[in-house]
Design a protein around this ligand. Structure first.
Ligand SMILES: C[S@@+](CC[C@H](N)C(=O)[O-])C[C@H]1O[C@@H](n2cnc3c(N)ncnc32)[C@H](O)[C@@H]1O
Length: 218
């Protein structure tokens, strides 16, 4: 099911930053693809990704929708510095886990939750079957190639005993395609809306999703 938990997430301005990204050199993009300090906190990447509480309303809406309780186990795949899971923790869902390909990001997860956060690729999750009540992935799997995206989706289904939610970048128009290409310089998979829906059907994906069509605010 298509679900939107993001209406209360602050809208970030991207127009000017896409113009900048289009001017990146191939070498700078290669550096970003290492998902190190430059990707999160450098000029050519996020420009500084620090805790500011912005994910709290998203966590509140997910907790309510998925009827999570104190005993629920939640995993975020591609969790970066763990800020969404940190909001779950602060709201009383303390059994939170995360994984990300980035050693740098995992080493910057808030210390209260860091024990359950691991460096790991989304396409091969080192967790048992049905280990979590909810598995979330936000803006991560576009960074895998198409085979990797399939694997990641199947892995998320495997490790969840109940719910899966993923947000992925997509497009319906040529303009949205240009925007997502310009913004997602590390992305390897660019599926249109129809292609995502076909992929979900082919994989028997039974979870929820949000297709993110990129509008550019100056
Ligand atoms: C756009 S960021 C999103 C981070 C976080 N979910 C958020 O919304 O703030 C993409 C994240 O995916 C991670 N990533 C990229 N490739 C990955 C892979 N193959 N497996 C797991 N994580 C990956 C990056 O390190 C980065 O933290």
């Amino acid at each position: 099911m298509h679900l939107d938990f993001f209406s209360r997430l602050p809208k970030t301005t991207r127009g000017n930053r896409v113009d900048k990204r289009l001017k990146l050199t191939v070498a700078q993009v290669e550096t970003l693809k290492q998902y190190g300090k430059e990707y999160f906190d450098g000029e050519t990447g996020y420009g500084g990704y620090f805790y500011d509480g912005r994910w709290k309303p998203v966590a509140e809406e997910m907790i309510e929708h998925y009827k999570l309780t104190e005993s629920s186990r939640v995993l975020e795949v591609g969790c970066a510095k763990g800020y969404l899971m940190y909001e779950f923790y602060r709201l009383g869902i303390t059994n939170v886990h995360g994984c990300d390909i980035s050693e740098y990001a995992i080493s910057n997860v808030p210390k209260e939750i860091a024990g359950n956060f691991r460096v790991m690729g989304a396409d091969k999750l080192d967790y048992p079957d049905s280990a979590f009540d909810l598995v979330i992935s936000i803006d991560c799997i576009n960074n895998l190639d198409s085979v990797g995206v399939d694997r990641a989706i199947l892995e998320m289904m495997r490790v969840s005993r109940r719910d899966v939610f993923m947000r992925v970048g997509s497009y319906r128009t040529v303009e949205e395609y240009e925007n997502i290409k310009g913004w997602g310089v590390t992305s390897l998979t660019f599926d249109s809306e129809a292609q995502w829906l076909t992929r979900f059907k082919r994989l028997n994906y039974s979870g929820d999703y949000y297709l993110r069509f990129m509008e550019l605010l100056k």
